[in-house]
Design a protein around this ligand. Structure first.
Ligand code: URA
Length: 204
């Protein structure tokens, strides 16, 4: 992967330099944006899991997938025999994006520019971790890693070849949380569980 681009490159390609950059950029934040939340997990993990962007809880804790979507992910992954502690877990976009409603910070999905900006961080993490397989959860991760967000439900459950290596596509846990009735949510969970089982087998 030598097509790394972005605001600029790091002086030294290391997690220490990346963390320092994240702290630095998090000191001056525009209204409506949270701090840079980097991924976490083994720095040489064979599997990288990529979500959309941090939510309110992730921004508060400075860790990916610790809010409601993360809890759902953890539960479904456990049922699928996939332990997130074996994977490097991160997001396509590194900052929570929100608008205020009273005292609440309401999540806003990332736009194209934000996905482009996030790519520098994501590519740097991929270069550092060099995973054998990347799991893209949801349309934003699919767009960042494959160049298109279209047709996710038809593409899920399969591996696509990308400049970043093989990328397995699945749905986003937050999508399941937004489904209206219990039967739909159960079917959504079954879909995610089936995909995570396939990933657990692929990377075993
Ligand atoms: N939490 C994250 O860290 N990423 C998501 O995509 C959703 C919730």
């Amino acid at each position: 992967l030598d097509r790394l681009h972005g605001p600029d490159t790091l002086e030294d390609l290391s997690f220490a330099a990346l963390r320092a950059r994240a702290e630095d950029e998090s000191r001056t934040l525009r209204d409506g944006y949270g701090r840079i939340v980097l991924g976490e997990g083994p720095e040489d993990a064979p599997l990288m899991i990529v979500g959309e962007q941090p939510g309110d809880e992730e921004d508060r804790q400075g860790r990916p997938f610790v809010g409601p979507a993360g809890q759902l992910f953890d539960r479904v992954a456990e049922g699928a025999g996939l332990d997130r502690r074996d994977a490097y877990v991160t997001n396509a976009v590194k900052q929570f994006r929100y608008r205020m409603k009273g005292k609440r910070r309401l999540h806003m999905p990332p736009n194209r520019t934000e996905i482009e900006h996030g790519r520098w961080w994501l590519e740097t993490e991929i270069r550092l971790v060099t995973p054998r397989l990347i799991l893209a959860m949801g349309a934003t991760a699919a767009q960042a890693l494959t160049g298109t967000r279209e047709g996710l439900l038809k593409r899920r459950g399969q591996v696509e070849d990308t400049p970043y290596g093989p990328v397995f596509i699945t749905v986003h846990p937050a999508w399941i949380l937004r489904l209206r009735d219990a039967a739909e949510r159960e079917a959504g969970e079954a879909t995610l569980r089936a995909d995570l089982s396939a990933v657990a087998r692929l990377h075993a």
